[in-house]
Design a protein around this ligand. Structure first.
Ligand SMILES: Cc1cc2nc3c(=O)[nH]c(=O)nc-3n(C[C@H](O)[C@H](O)[C@H](O)COP(=O)(O)OP(=O)(O)OC[C@H]3O[C@@H](n4cnc5c(N)ncnc54)[C@H](O)[C@@H]3O)c2cc1C
Length: 464
């Protein structure tokens, strides 16, 4: 550590790195409750301000064979940014907040310190809109690209809004993807990912910063629409809700579409008042929230179609919750109600399913957890890709001072069996490691790009 600190002095100003436990302790937790305090404070936090500084730190780490953990704002819930005991550099990218918008092309070029909230606000100033996830307002856009997807629920826009990346590879070399890979187009906003034939962008999406550090990303923006409506529809029967959701997606109607357990709404919206689960709003058992936007006449026509389908599928329009309140739950929300975790802690169980299996999986999980463990769950289903698949999150809210952790571990085990049975695929490292040659190819890439295995070890690859 002493040598490391001495060498860092040559490449980063002293006020931008520290091994003081009073500073490092702030980086020993993420957004989960359970993982707080599992690491030591014996590491150095480095805050680069430029791509050159990131390269220098990574080169130093290679020279000294020191492991590097990359952090956006650390809002993941699975311990990805918490340094483990032999990981000595925590690269905190919050200071890299460059943000440029090409209004004509509708593209934002951002650094890793730019948050969902900041990008949405800046885009709005140009009459544009950013399609982001339902994640915390302050979490970073690039952290999200590296960690999961862009926007579950944005069925019409799709998940992936990335047009190009600038990446510091684990050796310190710099890579550009899309049209940025051609040096004469580097000053221009990227417009096509397949220009150099082989699209390397996806190597850095969803791979938890194990293959490189993203120092700049180009994100597609969209024009704000003339009219925007939010429709909340209640159903008693989840299968009917799902069929309805599928149908309106086939007509390309909703831009955002998500389902949520009715009992979740009072918990999310009335958090400061929640004492127990009996809250005053009458909400149907299952809710579907659809954002319908476009030119005025088109929205009008779509609402007419949707209203006739609501009747045909046995749903009812919910008026007891205002549009303003529903908006708090949509992206990007300053309020981020799901961050509040009203009962102290939240254990989310996540997987991706084919749309036809979705209601069966959700219903069975909820029933089994209630009957076997006396646990009441809430769910959120984000529809993706116009009726093809869903992202399912079953949330267990619990009081960490009263809950037996062994019970939660038993629940997780049971959930992983159920996921298999319904083909609901989790994005865990264990699942990835089961994919045989697929995993081997990934591992080969990791070894090629990161021969010393210094970057975000074991965050994706079991072996390195
Ligand atoms: C209540 C709650 C709700 C959430 N809902 C959603 C949701 O709906 N959809 C969703 O997708 N996410 C969701 N998240 C997860 C998370 O908040 C977002 O994905 C967020 O944008 C991640 O950004 P971050 O800066 O916090 O990333 P971090 O937690 O800092 O990092 C996440 C991972 O990416 C890596 N990483 C970060 N920055 C870089 C970089 N520049 N280059 C390479 N690797 C990097 C880190 O090493 C880590 O492995 C939610 C989180 C909470 C707490």
């Amino acid at each position: 550590m002493e040598i490391l600190l001495k060498k860092l002095k040559d490449i980063i100003p002293e006020d931008r790195f520290s091994a003081d436990p009073a500073i490092t302790i702030a980086h020993t937790r993420d957004s989960s409750f359970t993982l707080t305090g599992i690491s030591s404070t014996n590491f150095v936090v480095v805050q680069p301000e430029s791509v050159e500084e990131v390269q220098s730190v990574v080169r130093l780490a290679n020279d000294m064979n020191v492991k590097v953990v990359v952090e956006g704002i650390g809002s993941n819930l699975v311990g990805l940014t918490i340094p483990r005991f032999d990981e000595y550099i925590l690269l905190d990218l919050k200071r890299m907040t460059e943000l440029k918008i090409d209004k004509d092309l509708q593209v934002a070029m951002i650094g890793p310190g730019v948050s969902h909230g900041l990008l949405a606000r800046e885009a709005a100033k140009h009459g544009l809109k950013y399609i982001g996830p339902l994640a915390p307002y302050s979490a970073s856009v690039i952290g999200n690209i590296a960690f999961t997807s862009m926007k579950p629920g944005a069925t019409r826009y799709g998940q992936d809004q990335v047009l190009g990346l600038e990446v510091v590879l684990p050796t310190g070399d710099l890579l550009h993807t899309g049209t940025w890979s051609l040096s004469y187009l580097r000053e221009h906003a990227p417009f096509y990912r397949h220009i150099p034939l082989l699209d390397l962008t996806p190597l850095f999406l969803f791979t938890r910063g194990t293959l490189g550090i993203i120092t700049k990303a180009a994100i597609r923006l969209y024009p704000q629409q003339e009219r925007n409506e939010i429709l909340t529809v209640g159903f008693d029967d989840m299968k009917r809700l799902n069929e309805f959701a599928r149908r309106i997606q086939y007509f390309y109607i909703p831009s955002t579409l998500l389902a949520i357990s009715g009992s979740y709404i009072p918990k999310l919206l009335r958090v400061p008042d929640v004492k127990d689960e009996s809250v005053d709003v009458e909400v149907p058992e299952h809710l579907l929230i659809a954002e319908i936007e476009g030119p005025r006449d088109q929205v009008e026509a779509n609402l007419r179609i949707v209203n006739s389908l609501i009747e045909a599928y046995g749903g009812s329009v919910v008026t007891s919750i205002s549009k303003k309140e529903i908006e708090k739950m949509l992206s990007p929300s300053l309020y981020s109600p799901r961050m509040l975790q009203p009962f102290g802690a939240m254990l989310p169980s996540i997987c991706y399913a084919a749309i036809d299996k979705t209601p069966y999986y959700v219903q069975e999980v909820r029933m089994i957890l209630k009957e076997n463990f006396d646990i009441k769950t809430e769910y959120v289903i984000y529809y993706q890709y116009l009726g093809l698949n869903t992202y399912i999150e079953i949330d267990i809210h619990y009081d960490p001072t009263k809950t037996d952790k062994r019970k939660l571990i038993a629940v997780l085990k049971l959930l992983s069996d159920l996921k298999r049975r319904y083909g609901c695929v989790s994005t865990s490292n264990e699942e990835f490691a089961r994919t045989g040659i697929y995993y081997e190819i990934g591992l080969g890439l990791k070894k090629m790009l990161d021969p010393k295995g210094i970057l975000n070890p074991h965050r994706l690859f079991r072996d390195i």
